[in-house]
Write a protein that binds this ligand. Structure first.
Ligand code: ZN
Length: 250
């Protein structure tokens, strides 16, 4: 029998009344949990087995799964479900973890980041891309791929006036080195400075970072590509919903 805090990343129906959950736990990392009877109409665990829900779980380990014995809700993050924009970005936060992290690998920093991210998102009404790009930068850094931004990754020069970002090298490349590295993306001064500010500001303060929507969106696209490259995946399904949202509201 184990006890741990955890956040539901994904729920899949199993047979008629059960669910198989992917839960990101504080103590054991990502685990698969069988929740028997979670789909019964009068189930006591409906709220504890929905995506975003944050609980204190009591589990026991079986052959293929952990089994849910008891769950006490800490925070349902229900207000994420009240706005389509929050839902889109929220599912992306969950999918980032689900696709990036192998089973049973604990990472306190990532757990705390997810918790903080969901808390901020549950109250967010605007500037979603500022929040999400800062989150992506922090997330990939905590996974061990922090982008090198203070000097050229190839030669070490600190002149950052005219730089590109290399997905493969994981950092900026100075103009002297452009010829040595073809697959890199030009980032203008605003994008470069924005990337630094978003990476190093606490997540709750990123709304103070000044950056245009256009630069922000480009940075977000670079970060998506950078994350996918490092976790060896092709795409994030939740980005389809985000990309279909009305631009005026995000
Ligand atoms: Zn260089």
């Amino acid at each position: 029998m184990i006890r741990t805090e955890g956040i539901v990343l994904k729920e899949i129906r199993y047979k008629d009344t059960s669910k198989i959950l992917s839960i990101y736990t504080k103590k054991y990392g990502k685990i698969s949990v069988m929740a028997r009877g979670a789909y019964r109409p009068k189930s006591q665990i409906i709220a504890n087995t929905q995506a975003f829900s944050y609980n204190e779980y009591q589990l026991h380990r079986g052959k293929n799964f952990f089994y849910l014995n008891q769950a006490d809700i800490i925070e349902s993050f229900y207000s994420i479900r009240e706005k389509i924009e929050r839902v889109g970005f929220g599912y992306y936060l969950l999918e980032l973890i689900d696709k990036s992290i192998p089973d049973e690998q604990e990472n306190h920093k990532i757990f705390d980041l997810l918790l903080k991210g969901l808390t901020i998102l549950s109250k967010l009404d605007r500037e979603y891309f500022k929040f999400i790009t800062a989150y992506e930068l922090k997330f990939i850094s905590f996974l061990g791929y922090k982008p090198y931004l203070n000097k050229c990754v190839l030669c070490g020069r600190t002149n950052t006036n005219n730089v590109k970002f290399s997905i493969q090298e994981g950092g900026i490349i100075c103009s002297n080195c452009f010829a040595f590295n073809s697959p890199s993306i030009y980032i203008n001064k605003e994008m470069y400075e924005g990337m630094n500010s978003l990476l190093y500001s606490p997540l709750e303060d990123v709304d103070k970072v000044i950056i245009s929507k256009d630069s922000l969106y480009k940075l977000h696209e670079i970060m998506v590509e950078y994350i996918l490259y490092n976790i060896d995946r092709q795409k994030f399904n939740s980005l389809n919903l985000i990309n279909s949202l009305d631009e005026e509201h995000i």
